[in-house]
Design a binder for this molecule. Structure first.
Ligand code: COA
Length: 265
């Protein structure tokens, strides 16, 4: 069953079973992120995390053409130094909510994903792109730099050399090139993008939710640690899961040749 809520001015939220679809919806500016929209994403992201009924989040853009065209340049144009630093910290905090979610967050990149839009996709756990998607961090062409985590996350995802080339040249890459760079997981026909994202979410939802959360934590936190500390984190999470009913259910279900019934405990 699908329910749609419209409590936000710039977002559409749709829930189908345990999957939430968040659509950024500012058609006049190709879904650019102004402060209000960022604030709404923070709120919707926190609501998703807190909702025990919801297991996966898909983030996409409304319309045919654009995922998110970037930070709203109208707002950037009037910033002084203190306000610029503050909006950067704010944007980073909002995207951290998505990245730190203990449930999968999938970006369905359905068109332009520039600047803050590309940064938002980078903060998601996985990225699918439609064939018409174009991604890039073109901030230097505006005399600014990526400020919502892009300098850090892009380099971690695709490596230093590729990240620097993309950012320093203000390059914009089409979906197939983004795939080649490792910027997106997969490219699919435009009309199948949401279905493919939904299929991926459903495939993940079949698995033990505590184990899914533990993998996300091990990878996301582990990437910020030296290998030895990451391996310790992995072992700790492995040990913690052994205290869960779900672990016993998963293993016993296999041995008894039946589907597992996970209870998130
Ligand atoms: N912030 C504010 N407004 C934006 C915007 C942004 N990031 N991106 C697009 N818009 C606005 C345009 O100003 C235009 O408004 P108008 O109709 O009042 O003139 C409207 O959205 C449509 O954009 P337009 O440029 O006419 O569409 P297009 O299809 O020709 O080009 C883009 C689309 C995305 C290639 C182009 O708009 C663009 O380069 N945008 C900026 C991308 C960017 O640098 N993002 C990083 C910001 S830090």
């Amino acid at each position: 069953m699908t329910t749609t809520t419209s409590t936000y001015r710039n977002l559409q939220i749709e829930r189908t079973g345990a999957v939430t679809v968040l659509r950024v919806n500012r058609p006049d500016v190709l879904n650019a992120l102004n402060r209000e929209t960022l604030s709404e994403i923070e709120d919707a992201g926190r609501a998703f995390v807190a909702d025990a009924e919801q297991g996966a989040l898909i983030v996409t853009g409304a319309g045919e053409k654009s995922f998110i065209s970037g930070a709203d340049i109208n707002e950037l144009a009037v910033l002084g130094p203190a306000a610029a630093e503050e909006i950067s910290r704010f944007g980073q905090r909002v995207l951290d909510v998505l990245e730190n979610a203990p449930k999968p967050v999938i970006a369905a990149v359905n068109g332009y994903a520039f600047g803050g839009g590309c940064e938002l996709a980078l903060a998601c756990h996985m990225r699918l792109a439609s064939e018409n998607a174009v991604l890039g961090l073109p901030e230097v062409s505006l005399g600014i730099i990526p400020g919502y985590g892009g300098t850090q996350r892009l380099a971690r995802l695709v490596g230093q050399g590729r990240a620097l080339e993309l950012m320093l040249s203000a390059g914009r890459v089409k979906a197939d090139e983004a795939f080649r760079l490792g910027l997106v997981n997969r490219v699919v026909p435009r009309e199948q993008l949401l279905d493919e994202a939904m299929k991926l979410a459903q495939a993940i939802l079949k698995n033990g939710p505590l184990a899914v959360a533990a993998v996300i934590e091990a990878v996301q936190r582990g990437l910020q640690m030296p290998l030895e500390a990451g391996l310790r984190l992995e072992s700790s999470l492995f040990g913690i899961l052994a205290a869960s009913e779900d672990m016993h259910e998963g293993l016993n279900a296999f041995l008894e040749k039946r589907p597992a019934r996970f209870q998130r405990r």
